[in-house]
Structures are given as structure tokens and as C-alpha cells.
Ligand binder design. Structure first.
Ligand code: MTE
Length: 313
């Protein structure tokens, strides 16, 4: 088994020890079947290697907030519902089917995905509801998975699908169904292949807790958080723009692109500023200005050159 050895970086850029993953421990624990208890398992965090080059130099949102203030409607619509209601959710065993316009369709076992070179990425996360966090994810580039299935020339988009398990996900059973299931999302293929787009399998040095999308979820940091589909079971390459759940629910409020844009307000609230969770800025004080593409414009604006970003919100 080979282990990821990132390049050396200056000490000033080293991630605090508490949020760095010991990949060796992570894989050993995974192999030992500890994934089932991932939400509560703690792993050692030696600072022997560096992080990836994608590390936002901002204060991390406390782990307790990242893992308790969640949107995961399959478990309820309240921010605390996913923690309260996801205790019976089984994130192992797990497979992700990758199919559609690819040369080598395949169903990947979670173990195989965890064996890909994992990186820590500290990204801003900006929810369309105008709150934000800074989160130390662990994952691998989505492009690494796409390469394995060899997308065909006519593939233009990537569609994602969350698991449907009403028996384990109370939001999918009950009388009130907040969204149509499965939760679906999509990216253009060039967006999906961008180095910033990752599939996360961990956060804060540990495997993903159920409420954060165990065992594998999408993270696309320049887009609103709802694009970050959780608990993915299927990824399909296609030549047509795939549906996305929030766009299906309210197309005037949530576009397909959903790039963070302070100049395009949500019809019911401004997107010009945001509340960084933990900074107490919901009602004006301490609010931060929202950054175009959530601060990743330099890296991703080129994906949209020539596009009307107001029309394609
Ligand atoms: N994925 C699924 N399957 N179901 C959901 O309800 N909510 C989305 C996204 N992914 C959601 C989902 C929204 S609105 C946000 S803001 C992020 O997950 C929240 O991720 P977090 O709880 O890890 O902060």
C-alpha cells in the first residue's frame, strides 16, 4: 500500500495539528471496519506531512458547529435534525456506481475509493442561506474518479444521486416530504474536472459523520452549499444538463450553476454578505462581504467566460 506524501510547505501554512488527518490511521481504521462508527471515532493526528495547496488561511469553524449545524433534508429540515435522526443510518457497506457515457462503467466499493490518494483541503463553504463556514475536508479530486471510468467524447455533464432509504432516513418517509427523492445534483464536465472539485470522505481528520454526508459527498467550494450532494450512490456521465433538486423545487430561486455571487440576490434575501458561523453576525454586526465565486474567482472564473452570470445563476 502506498501513502500520500504531499510537498513540503512553509510552517506558516501548516494545518493545525487537531485538524490534520493521519491517513495511515484513517485507512487502518477503515480497513478494520471502523467506518460504521465513523461519527464518533477519533483518529490520531500527527503533523508529519503537509496539506494540499488548497488551504484557506482563515480560522476554521469549530468542529462542533461543522458537525451539528447541518442541512440534510433526508433526516429533517431543522439544522439539528440530521444529528438527531441519522443515528440509524448505515454508511457501510457502500458502493458508488459510475456509469453513463463512459468507456469503463464501474461500481466502486468504498474501500477502493478510500485507497485513492487522500488530501486535506481547507475550503470556505457558503450556504445559499447566507451563512458560511471554513471546513477542513479530506477527500480526493472528483477528476481522479472520472479518469478511472474514461468519459466518452460526448459526455458533457456529470449527474449525482443520493441514496434513498426511507427506513433509515426519516425525512424520506413521514407525511411531509420536503423535497422529491432522490436528492440529485449536477455539474458540467469541465466543472467536475476542476482541481477544486472533490469527493470528500472525511472532515476534521475523521471519516464523515452521517450528518455531513457519510460516507462520501461532493464539495465544490465556489458554488452554494446545496450543490454539495451528500451520501452519493450514483454518478452518471451524460450529454444533457442534469436536474438538480433545489432547481426542481424552485427554479426562480436556485439555478443549475449556483456559483456564489454577491451581485445576484436570492429573491427573498441579499447575497451581498454572510454570517460566518461562530462570529455572531446574523443580524448585521460582524457580517462578512460575500466574495465572488466564494473567493475562488482566480481559479474558476475562466470556466464561465462569455456566460451571462446573472441569467445563469
Ligand atoms: N445533500 C442531500 N442529499 N440532502 C440535502 O438536504 N443539503 C445541501 C447539501 N447537500 C443536502 C445535501 C445543503 S442545502 C447544504 S448547505 C449542504 O449540504 C450542507 O452541508 P453540511 O451539513 O455538511 O454543512
Amino acid at each position: 500500500m502506498s501513502f500520500y506524501r504531499p510537498p513540503r510547505v512553509p510552517a506558516s501554512q501548516i494545518t493545525p495539528e487537531h485538524c490534520f488527518l493521519s491517513r495511515r490511521s484513517f485507512l487502518a481504521a477503515a480497513a478494520g471496519g471502523a467506518l460504521a462508527a465513523a461519527g464518533s471515532a477519533a483518529f490520531a493526528a500527527p503533523l508529519t506531512a503537509s496539506k494540499s495547496q488548497y488551504m484557506v488561511d482563515e480560522t476554521l469553524t469549530p468542529e462542533k458547529d461543522v458537525t451539528s449545524y447541518n442541512n440534510f433534508y433526508e433526516f429533517g429540515t431543522g439544522k439539528g435534525d440530521p444529528v438527531a435522526n441519522a443515528t440509524d443510518f448505515k454508511a457501510t457497506p457502500w458502493t458508488v456506481k459510475v456509469d453513463g457515457l463512459v468507456g469503463k462503467p464501474k461500481e466502486f466499493g468504498l474501500e477502493e475509493l478510500l485507497a485513492l490518494p487522500l488530501e486535506e483541503r481547507v475550503y470556505r463553504m457558503r450556504c445559499v442561506e447566507a451563512w458560511s463556514m471554513v471546513i477542513p475536508w479530506i477527500g480526493f479530486p472528483l477528476a481522479a474518479l472520472l479518469d478511472k471510468v474514461e468519459p466518452l467524447g460526448d459526455a458533457k455533464y456529470v449527474a449525482f444521486e443520493t441514496v434513498v432509504r426511507p427506513e433509515e432516513m426519516p425525512g424520506q418517509s413521514g407525511f411531509f416530504q420536503p423535497l422529491p427523492w432522490p436528492y440529485v445534483e449536477g455539474l458540467r464536465l469541465d466543472e467536475a474536472r476542476h482541481p477544486l472539485a472533490i469527493l470528500a470522505v472525511g472532515v476534521y481528520g475523521k471519516t464523515l459523520p452521517n450528518q455531513n454526508g457519510a460516507p462520501i459527498r461532493l464539495v465544490v467550494p465556489w458554488k452554494y452549499g446545496f450543490k454539495g450532494i451528500k451520501s452519493i450512490v450514483r454518478i452518471t456521465l451524460t450529454d444533457k444538463q442534469p436536474p438538480s433538486t433545489w432547481n426542481l423545487s424552485a427554479s426562480n430561486e436556485y439555478g443549475f450553476y449556483a456559483n456564489v455571487n454577491p451581485e445576484v440576490d436570492h429573491p427573498r434575501w441579499s447575497q451581498a454578505s454572510e454570517n460566518r458561523i461562530g462570529e455572531g453576525g446574523f443580524f448585521g454586526a460582524n457580517r462578512r462581504p460575500t466574495l465572488p465565486f466564494n473567493g475562488y474567482a482566480e481559479e474558476v472564473a475562466g470556466l464561465y467566460s462569455g456566460m451571462d452570470l446573472r441569467a445563469n445563476f
